[in-house]
Design a protein around this ligand. Structure first.
Ligand code: PHE
Length: 335
């Protein structure tokens, strides 16, 4: 019987090792370990073994069962590894992947890019400032009287520490002049915040573009020429532009700019504020800087600011301004 066990072990290990696929392995398992398998049959032969010899053969049979079981396991693990390797070998890494769907720029970003490109061609640099501002940068330095309605908590978002969300981007004018001596020629695109009830034509956060040009001998003619050029670049050479006298605390004289063009539906649209920088603004900057490089007797400048959201709405014929911030792809994919 000892001999039989040895032969069976050698045979089983060879058969299992040669099993080339899962069905072959399964049938090898049944052939040796199944209910009527060879190992099982040998165990049944124990009945005919002399009593004293039984423990010895019992152990041998156990070893055999163990050896066959682990041979089956080993072969199975190898088979899994081979299957993985075959999968990897059949992968063609040079095939193009699944491309992400190409996106488009937000209509507001597209308009901003066009505006920035145009001003850059005229030599304006891009400036930036924080959205959370001091009251000084937003109002005091801009010659806004303490009782001006814009300072009201109803119109401006205040933080508990007294700072605020800038209600216009004119704050960047002050920050640029604080840090840079004249001449300066900058535009500042960015967010502004007002405590407006959100509806089809109002958002509490909107996008503005500010501009400032300060040097010796900058005149109202420069302001007019620059902005007329800009709006004709943006909307076409036939665009009509009108400067209507207005009031801003930080410019004198001040104007609102109205535009009429086919692209905007052929009716006058109020678009921007502008004017010549008020001497009081230069004085506030001089005081903060501790020098006189912005002496209003030496330098003059113009400033302008306009909102991009409503402009984008009119250009893209969008009826509800909230669509610009809802991030609905069905809407955004149209641009
Ligand atoms: N800051 C003004 C506004 O938000 C626009 C403006 C900018 C006016 C610069 C004059 C000069 O309405």
């Amino acid at each position: 019987m000892e001999k039989q066990i040895e032969i069976l072990r050698a045979e089983a290990i060879e058969v299992i090792g040669a099993a080339g696929d899962r069905p072959a392995l399964d049938s090898a398992r049944v052939r040796y370990l199944g209910k009527s398998g060879a190992v099982t049959a040998l165990s049944e032969g124990m009945r005919h073994v002399a009593k004293e010899e039984r423990p010895k053969f019992g152990k041998l049979l156990n070893d055999l069962r163990q050896a066959v079981t682990s041979a089956l396991e080993e072969r199975e693990i190898r088979m899994l590894g081979e299957a993985d390797a075959a999968d990897v070998a059949s992968l063609d890494l040079t095939l193009p992947g699944t491309p992400p769907p190409p996106g488009t720029l937000h209509p507001l970003t597209q308009l901003m890019d066009r505006a920035v490109r145009c001003f850059r061609r005229m030599g304006f640099a891009i400036a930036d400032g924080p959205d959370i501002e001091t009251e000084w940068h937003c109002f005091d330095a801009l010659n806004t009287p303490p009782d001006h309605p814009a300072r009201n908590e109803k119109d401006t978002f205040y933080l508990p520490d007294g700072r605020l969300l800038r209600s216009h981007t004119s704050t960047v004018q002050i920050r640029v002049m604080e840090e840079t001596p004249p001449p300066v020629r900058i535009i500042a695109p960015g967010a502004a915040y007002r405590r407006d009830e959100v509806d089809a034509t109002h958002l509490a956060q909107f996008t503005q573009m500010e501009g400032l040009y300060v040097a010796e001998n900058v005149s109202l003619a420069d302001l007019k020429g620059t902005l007329e050029f800009f709006f004709r670049e943006l909307f076409g050479p036939e665009t009509e532009i009108q400067f209507r006298p207005h009031f801003f605390p930080f410019t004198e004289p001040s104007y609102e700019i109205d535009i009429r063009t086919g692209a905007l539906g052929d009716r006058w649209m109020e678009l921007a504020g502008c004017g010549m920088v008020d001497p009081a603004v230069f004085e506030a900057v001089c005081k903060r800087r501790g020098d006189r490089v912005y002496d209003p007797e030496r330098v003059t400048g113009f400033a302008f600011g306009f909102g991009l959201d409503r402009l984008a709405m009119n250009l893209a014929k969008i009826s509800d301004i909230r669509m610009l911030v809802e991030n609905d792809l069905r809407f955004l994919r149209q641009f």
